[in-house]
Ligand binder design. Structure first.
Ligand SMILES: C[S@@+](CC[C@H](N)C(=O)[O-])C[C@H]1O[C@@H](n2cnc3c(N)ncnc32)[C@H](O)[C@@H]1O
Length: 279
């Protein structure tokens, strides 16, 4: 298969997925790795030639985000394992990017993955996986959709069962959506969530004008200015979830990361994870 069959998203939000693959590839090389994702290096190798000199801008960014991001990957792995221990077999990954959990995790054989992301992400991802002869270990459905539009019907058409509990994974997509769009995603997934479904919301103290975020914005969109409109779910999401049938518990980032033995780079008592379970 030629390089043309894997068009690389070198700009726009889809390219952020390459940054996270870069993080997972780096983690996989470590002797004390928190997880192993051998396919991540395939994505990095396939993407690199198309970036040209801009690749050199990615490397310092990786250094800035690596510690926090790699611990976050492991925490999501832990949540996937906890969910299957609770009997959940349906996992929907929102903004899946170059996620390879359906290929790399050790889970019950009847686990089913649904990966949702923009068409340009899968136009790159699927040919790279095919070229690497990667075979998913579980049923895996790929949905090229824009989360800002309707996506519930596509999910149902692919075999999603709204009467079964689901683990919904947001690992860095809702923060990119404008607030009404992010909130609509949660309203939609709430309608699709049977009792015992789970959904986790990260809260981070992000200064959009700090060095790392400025550098990321420049690389992704060429813009210096932070967007004027609010993005992500906002401060009232906890109240909304309670009113719409979810129980929530909060754990600080430091509490979650304590057992992992890596530096706590995310800090702050307001920084952590809100775990929601559908009543
Ligand atoms: C920071 S990356 C995270 C990818 C993946 N969850 C991971 O951790 O590796 C954000 C992802 O959100 C996707 N994304 C952004 N806006 C989206 C939208 N409107 N609809 C679907 N996916 C979107 C991007 O294409 C990208 O893959």
């Amino acid at each position: 298969m030629s390089e043309e069959s894997a068009p690389v998203p070198v700009a726009g939000v889809a390219m952020t997925a390459i940054g996270v693959a870069f993080v997972r590839a780096r983690e996989t090389e470590r002797a004390d790795r928190l997880y192993s994702d051998p396919l991540a290096q395939l994505f990095v190798d396939a993407a690199k030639p198309s970036f040209g000199e801009r690749w050199d801008e990615l490397s310092p960014l990786l250094d800035m985000f690596y510690e926090a991001r790699t611990v976050a990957v492991r925490l999501v792995d832990d949540r996937v394992e906890a969910a299957v221990r609770e009997g959940i077999r349906q996992i929907v990954i929102l903004g899946a990017g170059l996620d390879t959990r359906a290929f790399r995790m050790d889970l019950p054989a009847d686990t089913r993955f649904f990966e949702l992301d923009l068409p340009e992400t899968f136009a790159f991802k699927e040919p790279v996986l095919a070229r690497g002869d990667a075979t998913p270990r579980y049923e895996r459905q790929v949905l090229p959709v824009d989360l800002r539009g309707g996506w519930a019907e596509a999910l149902l058409l692919q075999g999603f069962r709204a009467d079964e509990p689901t683990l919904w994974v947001d690992e860095g997509v809702l923060g990119y959506l404008l607030r009404p769009d992010a909130q609509q995603v949660v309203a939609t997934l709430t309608e699709l969530s049977a009792p015992r479904s789970r959904f986790d919301i990260g809260s981070f103290a992000v200064d959009p004008n700090s060095g790392p975020y400025l550098a990321l914005r420049r690389l992704v969109s060429g813009a210096d200015e932070a967007p004027g409109e609010a993005a992500g779910l906002g401060p009232y999401i906890e109240k909304w979830l309670h009113e719409h049938g979810w129980d929530t518990t909060f754990q600080t980032w430091a509490e979650q990361a304590a057992s992992i033995g890596r530096p706590d780079t995310n800090g702050g008592p307001e920084t952590g994870n809100m775990a929601a379970v559908r009543r």
